[in-house]
Design a protein around this ligand. Structure first.
Ligand SMILES: Nc1ncnc2c1ncn2[C@@H]1O[C@H](COP(=O)(O)OP(=O)(O)OP(=O)(O)O)[C@@H](O)[C@H]1O
Ligand SMILES: [Mg+2]
Length: 307
């Protein structure tokens, strides 16, 4: 894979030890230098994105997957959602993106109630997501997967589409250009013509991120974008997430188990446990929170962080 010209410099520290690397860097996690929202570098946004999740509860039979969960995203920030397996993280992402309907509570996106809308409609108004288990058209190429996502934006007249000239042709060129830009942004030139089903897991995760970006989202929901990746793939994915945030100024809700990455790139963290929100705060607050240490982080993580 070509070396990125725009990759952020990496420095290494001794925070959470989560990677098994066979190089001299083993036993170390990576540390990303991120532009803080407080640096003032991101203030030129056109529109302040707001998401308000208010007291949502979701049950499956006797299982309470989400219990009166509330959270906010205000403007440009990376909000991480963490918690043990089965805590309700994916249910939260599924509820915001319309795949699940919470039985009680409300979700507002830029002031509009969205918790009764279809997933298609929610994607159309600007909330795009990736899936914990990758969801792509495996028989299509990378480029065609991205083009398929663009159908939300395609506006062909029937006659023009039938004869394929004029407006439809211009639209096609425009959509293709947007997809090519995303392929360039995510450094997927070598993958553009390859059938997605033939790609290794880490690259498919990247295509899925590209597919979400092809929707030109105002808010991005990422459900474990680094799960199952090797260290290099994780580093690339973390850089892309930071680039999306800093260059495209898209707020992100990130579900991730890798605490080294979460602590380095999140502005705020919400912690779920058995469907209940048990904490919400900055990475430093969360690292020091006794309930979070007990439920999820464990004493070793905080000891390693302090070292
Ligand atoms: N479609 C479903 N039908 C029944 N139960 C479900 C369904 N989806 C989720 N659950 C249950 O809801 C609870 C929360 O699941 P969820 O997938 O949100 O956990 P998670 O925090 O994403 O876990 P992981 O870290 O393993 O991905 C679990 O007990 C799960 O079994
Ligand atoms: Mg999950």
């Amino acid at each position: 894979m070509a070396v990125s010209q725009h990759k952020k410099p990496l420095t290494f520290n001794k925070l959470g030890v989560t990677f098994t690397r066979t190089t001299a860097l083993s036993q170390q996690s990576f540390h990303f230098q991120r532009q803080s929202i407080l640096d003032g570098g991101l203030e030129n946004m056109d529109e302040k994105v707001t998401l308000k999740v208010e007291n949502i509860s979701l049950s499956f039979g006797g299982v309470k997957a989400l219990d009166e969960v509330s959270l906010d995203v205000n403007g440009v920030e990376i909000l991480a959602v963490i918690g043990p397996n089965g805590a309700g993280k994916t249910c939260l992402i599924n509820s915001i993106s319309g795949f699940y309907r919470p039985q009680t509570g409300s979700i507002y996106f830029n002031g509009h109630q969205v918790n009764k809308l279809s997933p298609h409609k929610i994607a159309e108004i600007g909330i795009a997501r990736t899936f914990q288990n990758i969801e792509l058209y495996t028989g299509l190429s990378t480029l065609d997967n991205l083009m398929a996502a663009r159908h939300f934006h395609i506006n062909y007249g029937t006659l023009a589409a039938a004869v394929y000239f004029g407006k439809s042709h211009r639209e096609e060129i425009k959509h293709r250009k947007i997809c090519e830009e995303i392929i360039d942004f995510l450094e997927m030139e070598s993958l553009r013509k390859k059938t997605v089903g033939s790609l290794p897991y880490g690259q498919r995760k990247r295509v899925e991120l590209g597919r979400a970006l092809a929707l030109e989202p105002k808010l991005l929901l990422l459900d474990e974008p680094m799960a199952g990746m090797n260290v290099e793939e994780k580093e690339d994915m973390a850089r892309f997430i930071i680039d999306i945030f800093e260059e495209k100024k898209i707020p992100i809700i990130l579900v991730e188990h890798d605490m080294g990455v979460v602590m380095d790139i999140a502005d705020r963290i919400t912690v779920l446990d058995f469907g209940i929100k048990i904490a919400d705060g900055t990475p430093d607050d969360i690292k020091a929170n006794p309930m979070v240490i007990k439920a999820y982080l464990g004493e070793e993580f905080t000891a390693a962080s302090a070292a």
